[in-house]
Design a protein around this ligand. Sequence first.
Ligand code: THG
Length: 266
Amino acid sequence: MFEVIGERINTSRKLVQAAVVERDADYIIDDVKKQQEAGADFIDVNAGARIGHEKEDMQWLLKTIKPIATVSLCLDSPDPAILEMAYGMVDNPPMINSISLEKNRFDTMMPFLKGKDCKIIALCMDDAGMPASSDDIVARAKELVTRLESIGMKQDSIYIDPLVQPISTDSTKGTMVLNAVRQIKQLFPDVHITGGLSNISYGLPERKIINRTFVTLMMDAGMDSAIIDPLDSKIMAAIKTADLLLGNDNFCMSYLKGVRSGMIKS
Ligand code: THG
């Protein structure tokens, strides 16, 4: 079944940033509880938006969330020092978001990850920037999986983020990532595919219909996780329905439960 990483605890979101500045624990706790009730399998925590405050903001967020978290946390920062600090603060094995092939990040993260009990999101990004073709995405994914396996990480703990790019400027950006995901799943059947989706619709109106149609196409290609807003009931319903249609929902249990709870409506 698809795994939802709840994206809402991110200081790039205005109300979350305000709550962090005010140290308003109730707001954060309420939001996390809502995400969990809506079906989040992980809670992403990103404190990167207030430049110069990431360390103390991340510490405060983790201290605030930990006592009420019923799911694992997804520690989200480009800075290995922040990830290491955050890893030391959580009780349950977290998801670490992320490593990439950018040299600075890769060379610091690899020794840190060795022997750690965690899941890892691996971005198909290197020092040359975003991938330019399906082959490019697949080559980077191969490099990441091979290197992570060499330090003992299991495929089942690796979440490849192929990096979705805007379709508004290049109509091939959808098929580019879809084809790459198909190939990665063929090469590494136990590796997970995740990522943010909203880049696909950047620059276009009515973005949500694009994002939620795209997630179902990505699921057919092999995506089995994404960083999304679990309070968006329309994308959650699309995901549950796609899981049903792709044969991932034994006896339609999850779909029927979603209908009974009111989450899934036509
Ligand atoms: N891959 C990985 N990690 C990621 C991303 C990714 N982490 C951060 C980001 N991308 C995913 N998280 C969010 C969190 C919040 C929002 C979008 C992505 C969000 N955006 C509002 C919007 O787009 O309209 C604007 C924010 C606001 O002001 O409310 O809410 O790709 N591995």
